[in-house]
Design a protein around this ligand. Structure first.
Ligand SMILES: Cc1cc2nc3c(=O)[nH]c(=O)nc-3n(C[C@H](O)[C@H](O)[C@H](O)COP(=O)(O)OP(=O)(O)OC[C@H]3O[C@@H](n4cnc5c(N)ncnc54)[C@H](O)[C@@H]3O)c2cc1C
Length: 410
């Protein structure tokens, strides 16, 4: 039997390795770029956050960790190849990993390269044929299987076909909607594709001066006076707005017209913050006003917030109660109107994809084109920040790769 895998990213490599090791079939991995795992190399800021131990395969956890489809669709793949099996799998390939307090798992080497390397070595060892520069543009059903044709006119046949072509996110790293277009040729339908886990453009212009400043914050996304969602964690100021894990998590629901309400001292109640300001005024009355928040926040951020409220330089004892209230409000609910999200170039994942209802969750086989399987981001599954997207790629790649194995040996 011949198995074709389209896409040499996270899920495709996992599917290829599984199929080659467990089915004994001839496995060919087709990749349009010049190497496998190009996007993987850029994950986790070059460190590759490959999974998260907080991911438990039960409905409530899946509901809060993934968007797009019904959690019931995710359950079989994420149960059969869960976080602990994934770590055992990588350990067997020779990858040592560490777990951070947030539950995020990284290679001990702190290098995404290590993850790609162990997968590459294992693919070679398992005898997977890897074809680079094969940019699939069409797929055809044949009497027995499927034929993929490249942009250059070469054709490859497989009795079974696994589509692991990813999504549009990370355009410069190979992100594309090609997988959706190919599956559409077989009758599949795609939901709207949007960038997710992406930085946001915001007003006002003065925050541009904070480029590079990081803060630990609780952030609410609001629209029309209603809180749409909230998250806490690291926030980074940039020259166009805000970025960082906490912003990525809110980006899916953000749009022009919404606003971010940022609590920069999330462990302190507003009354405590106000009391700290009063205490500072009392203890250091002749200190210049711009130093009001020194020691409480990043120095640039502190000065910028004070400047937003207190225009003229004065010593602390000359500040009015109303001005101190206003500084306190800036700290606890700094409000930045969202003007838009950055596009697929900067996004980490694609919201939307091929409709999961068109695939059997137990096997990831197409209900419309028997013998065709799909895994990873090409499907309408997108996770929150923290290793959830790669875990979906590993788990779904594993399940799809069981094609031809009898499926009992995972
Ligand atoms: C900058 C960045 C950082 C990220 N960091 C993390 C992180 O730390 N943790 C986490 O969990 N997730 C992270 N993600 C998300 C994660 O990388 C993806 O969800 C995951 O790689 C998806 O795996 P995949 O196999 O579906 O697709 P991909 O890894 O994108 O692989 C798809 C492959 O298919 C190939 N391909 C596409 N079309 C064709 C075609 N027509 N012919 C031939 N080949 C084709 C592509 O070239 C690509 O190599 C990050 C994403 C980005 C962009």
């Amino acid at each position: 039997m011949k198995i074709l895998i389209l896409g040499g990213g996270a899920s495709g490599m996992m599917a290829a390795l599984t199929a080659a090791e467990l089915s004994g079939a001839h496995v060919t991995l087709l990749e349009r770029q010049a190497r496998v795992g190009k996007k993987l190399l850029a994950t986790g800021n070059g460190r590759c956050n490959l999974t998260n131990v907080r991911l438990i395969p039960d409905a409530p956890c899946l509901q809060s960790s993934y968007n797009g489809c019904d959690p019931a669709f995710l359950l079989p793949a994420l149960t059969r190849f869960d976080v602990s099996r994934t770590r055992i799998f990588f350990r067997a390939l020779g990858l040592l990993t560490v777990q951070e307090p947030s539950g995020r798992v990284y290679p001990l080497s702190d290098q995404a390269n290590s993850v790609v390397d162990v997968l590459r070595f294992a693919l070679d060892q398992a005898g997977v044929e890897t074809v680079f520069g094969f940019d699939a543009v069409s797929v055809r059903k044949k009497a027995r299987g499927y034929e993929l044709c490249s942009a250059e006119g070469t054709a490859r046949f497989g009795d079974k076909l696994i589509v692991a072509a990813g999504g549009c996110a990370g355009k410069t790293l190979g992100g594309t909607d090609a997988g959706c277009r190919l599956l559409a040729q077989l009758g599949h339908t795609c939901t709207e594709l949007r960038p997710s886990l992406t930085p946001l453009r915001t007003d006002p212009a003065w925050i541009r001066g904070l480029k590079g400043v990081r803060a630990d914050a609780f952030v609410r996304l609001r629209k029309g006076g209603r809180t749409l969602c909230a998250s806490s964690g690291e926030l980074q100021f940039t020259d166009y707005g805000v970025s960082g894990p906490v912003i990525f998590d809110l980006s899916r629901a953000a749009s022009a017209g919404s606003e971010l309400v940022i609590d920069l001292l999330r462990d302190y109640a507003e009354s405590d913050v106000r009391a700290m300001l009063a205490q500072r005024v009392q203890r250091l009355p002749s200190l210049p006003a711009q130093e009001l928040l020194s020691g409480m926040l990043h120095p640039r951020l502190g000065r910028m917030l004070v400047r937003g409220v207190i225009r003229e330089e004065r010593p602390l004892h000359m500040l009015t109660d109303a001005e101190l209230d206003a500084v306190c409000a800036q700290i606890k609910s700094l409000t930045l109107p969202v003007t838009g999200a950055l596009g697929f170039e900067s996004a980490q994942v694609t919201a939307g994809g091929i409709r999961t209802s068109e695939f059997d969750p137990q096997t990831l086989e197409s209900r419309l084109a028997p013998g065709v399987f799909a895994c990873g981001e090409v499907l309408d599954v997108d996770g929150v920040c923290g290793g959830y997207n790669l875990q979906w790629a590993w788990s779904s790649g594993r399940l799809a790769g069981l094609v031809g194995t009898g499926r009992e040996r995972l």
